[in-house]
Design a protein around this ligand. Sequence first.
Ligand SMILES: C[S@@+](CC[C@H](N)C(=O)[O-])C[C@H]1O[C@@H](n2cnc3c(N)ncnc32)[C@H](O)[C@@H]1O
Length: 297
Amino acid sequence: MVRPTIQSVPTVARTTAWADYGLIDSGAGRKLERYGRFTVVRPEPQCLWPPRLSEDAWKADAVFDPSGEEDQGRWRFSKPAPETWPLKWREVSFHGRFTAFRHLAFFPEQAGNWEWLDARVRGAGRPLKILNLFGYTGVATLACAAAGAEVTHVDASKKAIGWARENAALSKLDDRPVRWICEDARRYAAREVKRGNLYDGIILDPPKYGRGPEGEVWKLYDDLPGLMAQCAQLLSKDASFLLLNAYAERISGVALATLLADALEGRAGTIDWGELALMEETDDRGVGLSFFARWTS
Ligand SMILES: C[S@@+](CC[C@H](N)C(=O)[O-])C[C@H]1O[C@@H](n2cnc3c(N)ncnc32)[C@H](O)[C@@H]1O
């Protein structure tokens, strides 16, 4: 049975600084970052080395104090902070926000995937129809829409969908063919399989643990294999790609690549896999933050 070929060497998709984001310094279990006009300190246990810059340089506008429960905690501000402020990655504009979950309403390390998606969509030579599951605030969706794709964006959180639509308006991309769906990813995929709807590209970035709009519990280790099997049925005959990204301690790039190759049994193509890394502005120190496997036809 034909099966995608898994690359033997991993890829490190390195995100280095851009105009609105930079990893200024890291160390002693923390990251010092720049989000537009704000400097921010967040915990990062992996940063086991000493910081390079002085304590003074680490006096940031906002510091996240973890509460000890998963990613929860609260921000301490040294100057008044707005609820939102505009940020930009290439043609996509989005709001920065100090969320209670240690992040700022987007994941800068995802720039490694946004770049790959942008090139894949622009290089397709035809408008691709893309499904983005667990799409959150929509930067990946808008990167694909800006590149000319028709996108279906699915997330279980009404709030996330609202923020994603605000980002579309901020980017002046709200006239592009994007459908915003607030739904449990499995339920949506199952319905699309029934309807026989097909996609040329699928993106999924599931959390380790989550809930659907009706409280449906999502557990990555239990539910991902089933969702991958559904996604395999949703790929069109001349589909271009499937990008699977995951933030979970005990899942590796090799495991994601193996799961993807198994789910796509019967299709040729190639799978590259590896990690998304945030690199300091000096580009010689960094942290890996998630793993991915990417199938291309
Ligand atoms: C790690 S975030 C995804 C980040 C996103 N890919 C990005 O780059 O911005 C996980 C998302 O999954 C959503 N989610 C959690 N459980 C879900 C479910 N059962 N169905 C659909 N979305 C779910 C959450 O609301 C959250 O927005």
